[in-house]
Design a protein around this ligand. Structure first.
Ligand code: B1M
Length: 218
């Protein structure tokens, strides 16, 4: 199966959407864990594409195309991921990529895995201003708000959201989790976030821990 995951990564490097979606289907039909397809296939390929981009070996349009193929493959994998879940926890999560940031593949992956773990996930999308997040917290009364940021220039927005929640008198009503490639545990502590995770499986673990200390959302 490792060769198939390698072939999936190669198809992303080659921007061959047809092959990538065909291999994703094959892997799922063969019973490979959807988490493995997402993490070892798709996410690792995007990381490598980022490395090649940095090295000047690929250019922005190719990254855009690879991200599109990632989404097509994720759409194939996600139903299997959701089917592998079961229980409903009764906890709501509001997820968003912060203002100014258009990177949403990682957030989508985290959201999908949280759904599988039984969370009711409300995804506000990407480039989401703090006031919309505050509004969603007021309306939906989630247990957790998850904030993703992929750019060093947008990471400070995570602090902005926490401040906006404080100003709205909602900070104590919700747990805030942060993540994204440039985000660190130290940063999370510095801005007073309740949780940080470096990847999607860890995000689920942290969310379960945070939800464990709260009553389910009514
Ligand atoms: Co962008 N980009 N990009 N990009 N891009 C990075 C982030 C970059 C590191 C690439 C590089 O090295 N050159 C660089 C940032 C450098 C910096 O900030 N210092 C960069 C840049 C510069 C840019 C632009 C400015 C380029 C330009 O226009 N000149 C531009 C900015 C646009 C904007 O946001 N305003 C831009 C645009 C884009 C695309 C649109 C082409 C595309 C995004 C498409 C999309 O998301 N729909 C894109 C991509 C794909 C990348 C890289 C190559 C891959 C990111 C990705 O999807 N990874 C990225 C390189 C890199 O990260 N090394 C790069 C796969 C994904 C599954 O992983 O998102 O890390 P990730 O999510 C992980 C964890 O981080 C974690 O779990 C996920 C799953 O394990 N996680 C959480 C994420 N969110 C979490 C939340 C949590 C917990 C965990 O709790 C709530």
């Amino acid at each position: 199966m490792d060769e198939k995951l390698e072939a999936l990564r190669e198809a992303l490097y080659a921007l061959d959407g047809q092959t990538a979606t065909a291999i994703s289907t094959e892997l799922i039909e063969a019973g490979v864990e959807p988490q493995r397809v997402l993490q070892e296939g798709l996410a690792e390929a995007m990381l490598e594409i980022g490395r090649r981009w940095n090295a000047g070996e690929v250019f922005l349009p190719e990254v855009v195309a690879a991200a599109e193929i990632f989404k097509q493959c994720q759409a194939i994998v996600e139903p299997a991921l959701l089917a592998s879940g079961g229980q409903t926890l009764g906890h709501r999560v509001v997820m968003a990529t912060v203002k100014g940031d258009l990177h949403d593949l990682g957030k989508n992956m985290v959201g999908a895995m949280m759904k599988t773990a039984g969370f009711e996930v409300h995804d506000l999308g990407k480039d989401v201003p703090a006031d919309r997040i505050v509004e969603a917290v007021r309306e939906l009364e989630p247990t957790i708000v998850g904030l993703s940021a992929l750019l060093t220039t947008t990471v400070p927005e995570q602090r902005g959201v926490i401040q906006a929640l404080e100003e709205a008198g909602l900070r104590r009503a919700v747990k805030v989790m942060v993540g994204g490639a440039p985000v660190t545990e130290d940063w999370a502590k510095q801005i007073g976030a309740d949780g940080y995770a470096p990847n999607a499986p860890e995000a689920v673990r942290v969310a379960l821990e945070l939800a464990g200390s709260e009553r389910p959302t009514g």
